[in-house]
Ligand binder design. Structure first.
Ligand code: HEC
Length: 123
């Protein structure tokens, strides 16, 4: 009887732990959102408008991100690397620990990377 009880206890513990940890996972890790078919004009530029052009507006700070010249400025200044999207200066600068990180949220970083990965289109 004792053996059965302890076996049941162990089973119960393992079950509870598995159950709890799977719950915790589902709770802590948000569902991955796939960002695709990014539009420069309707998604990326509005992000620049909201978070960047207060400074990046041609008044001395490098890289003017105001519309309509922003796209050409990014391309001609070599700020995106479509071969190695994660190495793009535009993306690296907004990553945690870099000087522009405060101005971009995680989803805005994802948006930027997705836009570059899709070919940095002027769409
Ligand atoms: C409060 C002002 C300010 C805001 C807002 C700002 N920046 Fe900057 N940014 C600067 C300054 C100043 C520099 C130059 C110093 C440096 O590189 O950190 C700079 C540099 C950069 C550079 C490097 C330019 C180069 O040629 O070296 C990039 C890329 C950049 N910013 C992107 C962004 C993006 C994208 C945003 C919006 C998410 C943003 N910045 C928001 C002030 C700002």
């Amino acid at each position: 009887m004792k053996k059965i009880l302890s076996a049941l206890t162990i089973f119960g513990l393992v079950f509870t732990m598995t159950f709890l940890s799977s719950c915790e996972k589902a709770y802590l890790v948000p569902e991955e959102q796939v960002i695709e078919n990014v539009s420069f004009s309707s998604e990326v530029q509005p992000f620049f408008d909201a978070k960047c052009i207060e400074c990046h507006n041609g008044s001395g700070i490098p890289l003017n991100l105001t519309s309509p010249g922003s796209y050409d400025a990014i391309i001609s200044g070599d700020y995106v690397d479509t071969e190695n999207p994660a190495d793009s200066k535009l993306y690296l600068k907004i990553m945690p620990g870099e000087s522009m990180s405060d101005y971009a949220s995680p989803s805005e970083r994802e948006l930027t990377l997705a836009w570059i990965t899709e070919g940095a289109n002027n769409n």
